[in-house]
Design a protein around this ligand. Sequence first.
Ligand SMILES: Cc1ncc(COP(=O)(O)O)c(C=O)c1O
Length: 381
Amino acid sequence: MGFKTDAIHAGQEPDPATGAVTIPIYQTSTYVQEGLGKHKGFEYARTQNPTRTALEKNMAVLEGGVAGYAFASGMAATTALTQLLLKQGDHAICSDNVYGGTFRLFDKIVRHYGIEFTYINTSDLRNVEKAMRPNTRMVFIETPTNPLMSITDIRGVSELAHGADCRVVVDNTFMSPYFQRPLELGADIAVHSTTKYLNGHSDSVGGVAVLKRKEDAERLQFIQNAAGAILSPFDSWLVLRGIKTLPVRMEAHHANGMAVAQYLARKKEVRKIYYPGLPDHPGYGLAKKQMTGFGGMIAFDLGGLDRAKRFLERVKLCSLGESLGGVETLISHPATMTHASVPAEERARLGITDGLVRISVGIEDVEDVIADLENAFAALA
Ligand SMILES: Cc1ncc(COP(=O)(O)O)c(C=O)c1O
């Protein structure tokens, strides 16, 4: 079936009990068993829940994997992947410009289990080749990165990693499977914060991982049950509901994102703009090859903390807040918000300056979003 059809139907048969077209929220902790060892495949809700299963099957189809597993947050999904892929003595490679919380998890928690991490600019494949070691078991990339929108060649990284016994994980949160399908490009696992575009309405926190290899899928299912950071039935239902409109929302985010990026590129107050859909973005050519749209995430530099502060305190329609991927436009200040956990020197090295502003362009009338930004630019006059 086509992507739009799968987004609405995959994993979602009419409810066998009533014929309800929408999968019910199975708000139960356990299931009655007919006798010892005799049940309908459901024993305890940490292990199996039909609402969560529907979301997991849906996401497995959309990402083209053998199975998907849903977790309590994007970070819980990534934590489970580290439990799947890494053990004491192993080495992992990570893009140096990932979501700050991912860096925090690896650097402040996982590293203490005797696992070494190397952070590199994965948009240059030579860096990946150089960083690979005999004990490298995971390459974790985010493309485009948060917040600088740098693009990594998923196929190129996968070819390098698969020369060794090493899995490639792609955080596909910014693009969603509608615009980018990492498993088709050679990666082993796609991970998402469903909190963002998949749910799309800023009313749920969750995560999902989709796997290409059966043996990885079986092990991750074991970890999901054993460690227990599952997505609730209600959140699973919200994300399923969000995914039904993912294609139309992503098209709208892309159209509005492009219009806002082109507007920002013309503003003299903007020192630098990061949007992979602009031809002078260094990753433009690669983005056109491995993505089918550029999405609604843009970062731009206003040249200093005071200027960013004045600008962000003037916006009205664009809500100042962390997170992204909702229908409403959200605007944030990475250095003090999403990336505050990245040390200041490292932020400076990466280009996450104090003047950097990130905008997640929503699907409002784009003229209204631009008028709000125009009004905020007046604060810099
Ligand atoms: C790219 C990316 N990955 C992962 C996460 C973590 O997801 P969650 O907040 O659902 O734990 C975020 C959150 O902002 C993100 O932006």
